[in-house]
Design a protein around this ligand. Structure first.
Ligand code: HEC
Length: 413
């Protein structure tokens, strides 16, 4: 009996020691060295493999051990800086979170770093085989497909080719887009695209005239789409799955009107013919018609050779609204963005971008929508790095001009 007790007390002393040790170690480094199969593969499958797969938008796969082992150091660096997985909005929870926000926790980043520092050990493969890569979201159904009608091969002389295509969805009555899924023809070239609804005959005529004036399919539209009444309905960056607009909301497409598809092709990973399709989910009516409205600082004047210059603007909210999500937009000098709403000295954070990347444009929905009231003051502030410029940079459509915009998907309350 005495002996048994002694053993028990010895065990508990040991386990206490072990606990104490564990806590101390957790604060500095993980307790054991992470291995590929146990710790790393599940993270890569969930957060990376949807793009880093053969034929995906990323230039190399992250599916097998050898893929990860070869790139371990690059994985460590790109995740520590949060340039991978690519997502420009801050999804940490300090300023909202987003549905399908691509984001690693600090603990996951630390696991990848500890694994890389330890020389990328493999560990033992699990019996059930490797974890399945996370499937991207799909639409419930496809009601219409916007198709480019023919294939387009980007201009060999333009590294970044922006092309606009005037397309007829053949609508006999007004409909509401409730979700979309972009299916790129050449995923590795497609940087981002925007589909606009053209609302008036005059704008349609302007778009058609541009199209007719240039040989080949569509027209070049790097500086401007050149169509006045064009309303955003679809926007997607590379590697995104389907997006469903919030329940009960949708964006109107008018009977008889055409659409304008703007695609930004980048030829870094080669050049070939592309025929991209956009699947749409539609409703005849929605309880809450949504609109995309922007807040923008259009008064930008950015002197050259500055590590940090700011532009900002504010405007009052004209009616009670619910904000469901946003698309932040700057050009190549943009570094950070902050959007807020305030009333009587109290500030709500609407969105934050910590490290802007022009190449990752995209729309994201809030996990929890935000209500704003008439008279709330919205404010947008963008910061830029102009060290690379010799002359002042101002607001403009060209990629070497600058912008500072947050496009919000909203409904009136
Ligand atoms: C939405 C698609 C997508 C996802 C998800 C993604 N990547 Fe990438 N990754 C890319 C593309 C595209 C590139 C090519 C360079 C670029 O365009 O930034 C790239 C490049 C890289 C590079 C090369 C160096 C660099 O930073 O450009 C590394 C390393 C990398 N990714 C690691 C990861 C890891 C690790 C994850 C998951 C934690 C991940 N990526 C998730 C698309 C993606």
């Amino acid at each position: 009996m005495t002996r048994k007790l002694r053993i028990l007390s010895t065990i508990s002393v040991f386990s206490l020691l072990a606990c104490g040790g564990k806590e101390e170690e957790e604060a500095s480094a993980p307790l054991r060295i992470p291995t590929y199969h146990e710790d790393v593969a599940p993270i890569l499958a969930e957060h990376c493999a949807s793009c880093h797969v053969e034929g995906g938008v990323a230039p190399f796969p992250l599916v097998e051990y050898e893929d990860a082992q070869r790139t371990a150091e690059a994985i460590r660096i790109s995740t520590a800086s949060r340039s991978m997985p690519p997502f420009v909005l801050d999804n940490s929870g300090e300023c909202n979170t987003y549905v399908e926000g691509r984001w690693l926790s600090d603990a996951q980043i630390e696991t990848l770093a500890a694994w890389a520092r330890a020389g990328a050990p493999e560990g033992t493969a699990p019996r059930g085989g490797p974890p399945a890569p996370k499937a991207l979201a799909n639409l419930d159904r496809v009601d219409m497909t916007i198709d480019m009608e023919d294939a387009y091969t980007p201009d060999a002389a333009a590294f970044d080719d922006y092309r606009c295509f005037v397309l007829d969805p053949g609508l006999e009555e007004d409909v509401f887009v409730t979700g979309f899924h972009v299916r790129p023809g050449a995923a590795e070239m497609l940087h981002h695209l925007t589909l606009y609804a053209i609302d008036t005959k005059e704008s349609e005529a302007a778009a058609k005239a541009r199209d007719a004036a240039e040989p080949g399919l569509g027209y070049s539209c790097i500086d401007d789409i050149h169509v006045p009444d064009a309303r955003w309905i679809v926007g997607a960056g590379p590697g995104s799955g389907a997006l469903r607009f919030p329940e009960g909301t949708g964006l109107r497409m008018r009977a008889g009107r055409k659409t304008l598809l703007q695609i930004h092709y980048n030829q870094e990973n080669g050049r070939r013919a592309d025929r991209t399709r956009i699947d749409l989910m539609l409703a005849r009516s929605v309880p809450n018609e949504a609109a995309v409205r922007r807040i923008a600082a259009t008064n930008l004047f950015l002197p050259p050779k500055q590590p940090r210059v700011e532009g900002s603007a504010s405007q009052p909210v004209p009616v009670d609204v619910t904000l469901w999500g946003l698309w932040p937009h700057m050009h190549k000098l943009g570094r950070q963005m902050h959007v807020s709403a305030s009333r009587a000295g109290e500030e709500k954070c609407l969105a934050r971008v910590n490290d802007w990347d022009f190449h990752w444009q995209g729309f994201a929905h809030y996990t929890k929508p935000i209500s704003l009231s008439w008279g709330d003051e919205m404010r947008i502030t963008c910061t830029y790095d102009t060290l690379s410029r010799d002359t002042a940079t101002t607001w403009g459509q060209g990629t070497n001009d600058e912008m500072c915009i947050a496009f919000f998907y909203m409904t009136e309350n």
